[in-house]
Design a protein around this ligand. Structure first.
Ligand code: UDX
Length: 431
């Protein structure tokens, strides 16, 4: 099938790469010439394990191409995916300006029946919105349909997730319209739910807000465990054996970051409020999350007495492991708060150093590895749970530090082991 994907961010690029891998002819469009040039050189604008190899295979077979020319790409495609950014506005409302601009351009170039698919995470009602824009801006009287097909991939495991989705949600005006997408996804042999457009849109937000709720829930439990002398990792494990609860997304820590959970929970709350509904539960999920870093930093300051003039090592900058994405990364909040309190920061991340430098260009020392970051530090903080931090040479790390104090925001070490190595060790929701 001829497929066009507009937007080459995480969602667009992985979607395009997966469809090409399945043998479709895919054209990926982006207005950013620099990104398209990179992709045409075989370089990926994002770090995602396995993506470069997957794209390379399809490029060699000419199954995937990259261009800034939206007009030609739309004209030759049966299905056009919109996968552009949907950032939050100050109010929490989703900003649909990029979706709107793309819908207008698609409308101007429609010359035969086309299925337009909202792949971007968009609030309920966006399908109707896109339909009305296309109707108003069409230059020819050609038919079209708008479908919602939300994406659930996780950064860091995006290639696997795109090829092995747990479910495929197709929100279409009729079952007949859904059939092209069913055909496109059939080789993945994943469960499919064909539903109406509004329900499909809600499934995405409800799923992300539910997972965010699980995280805020376990973080609330962690706070109580800290006071009561219980161990939240054991509590989560014990809860997770219950199949109704499940083991995943019960890791207590610094709270949820990244490009989805914070903004999608805010957006769902905004939609709820717009309809005059009670959103107290979502308010709490967000406020618990907002207090994660301030609480953690308060504990650091209490432990050191005063951080003025102290050196603190930050291990991990990306919002989570296996990505270089710095959006809503907890490192940003922690570094800002510690600097504000007078600390000197030495930081290291295995992959996100360049991305971090783009957001915090100065005011801290970027180091080549964890040991260099720990040099002469009064305290080290684990911010991202990268595998390479799990197996650090603790004797070497301790030797480098002025004071062997570790604050582990991800519970990657065992308290008894850290004690044996001679560290003063603080973690989340554990004694
Ligand atoms: C998420 C959804 O999982 C995915 O389905 C959707 O398509 C996009 O949003 P992603 O943002 O890539 O994916 O990361 P995810 O692994 O879900 O983690 C989100 C945040 O929650 C991270 O900050 C992570 O550190 C945090 N988290 C996750 C926890 O604090 N505890 C957990 O148990 C799980």
């Amino acid at each position: 099938m001829n497929v066009c994907v507009i937007g080459t961010g995480y969602v667009g690029l992985l979607t395009g790469a997966a469809f090409a891998d399945l043998g479709n002819e895919v054209v990926c469009v982006d207005k950013d010439q620099r990104k398209i040039d990179m992709l045409n050189r075989g370089e990926m604008p994002i770090y995602e394990p396995g993506l470069e190899e997957m794209v390379k295979r399809s490029r060699e077979e000419n199954r995937i191409t990259f261009t800034t020319n939206l007009s030609d790409s739309v004209k030759k495609s049966r299905v056009v995916f919109i996968a552009v950014g949907t950032p939050p506005k100050e109010s929490g409302e989703t900003d649909l300006q990029y979706v709107e601009a793309v819908a207008k351009e698609i409308a101007a170039n429609l010359d035969r029946y086309t299925i337009i698919v909202n792949k971007s995470t968009v609030p309920v009602g966006t399908g109707d919105f896109v339909r009305s824009i296309i109707e108003a801006n069409r230059r020819r009287d050609v038919d079209f349909d708008v479908v919602s097909n939300p994406e659930f991939l996780k950064e860091g495991t995006g290639v696997f997730d795109a090829l092995n989705p747990e479910r495929i949600i197709i929100g279409a005006p009729t079952r007949h319209v859904a059939m092209d997408l069913v055909e496109l996804y059939a080789p993945l042999e994943a469960p499919m739910l064909i539903t109406d457009v509004e329900s499909a849109e809600m499934i995405k937000y409800a799923s992300n807000a539910f997972l965010a709720t699980k995280i805020s829930f376990i973080n609330t439990v962690a706070n109580i465990c800290e006071r009561a002398g219980a161990d939240v990792t054991q509590v989560a494990k014990g809860m997770g054996y219950d199949s109704r609860i499940g083991r995943e997304f019960l890791q207590a820590g610094l709270g949820f970051g990244g490009s989805c959970f914070p903004k999608d929970t805010l957006s769902l709350r905004h939609v709820g409020r717009k309809f005059g509904e009670n959103t107290e539960l979502l308010d709490s999920v967000l406020s618990v999350n907002e207090d994660r870093v301030p609480r953690f930093v308060r504990r650091i300051i209490e432990t050191l007495g005063n951080v003025q003039g102290k050196t603190i090592a930050i291990l991990g900058l990306a919002f989570k492991a296996n990505t270089d994405d710095m959006r809503e990364a907890k490192s940003l909040e922690i570094i800002a708060a510690l600097k504000e309190a007078g600390a000197t920061i030495r930081a290291y991340d295995p992959i996100a150093m360049e991305a971090a430098k783009a957001v915090i260009p100065d005011g801290l020392t970027y180091c080549r590895n964890a040991y260099e970051a720990a040099e002469n530090s009064d305290l080290a903080v684990i911010v991202t749970d990268w595998n390479e931090f799990k197996q650090l040479n603790m004797e070497k790390l301790k030797e480098k530090m002025k004071n062997p104090i570790i604050f582990d925001g991800r519970n990657i070490y065992k308290p008894e082991n850290m004690k044996k190595f001679g560290f003063e060790y603080y973690s989340i929701g554990r004694k």
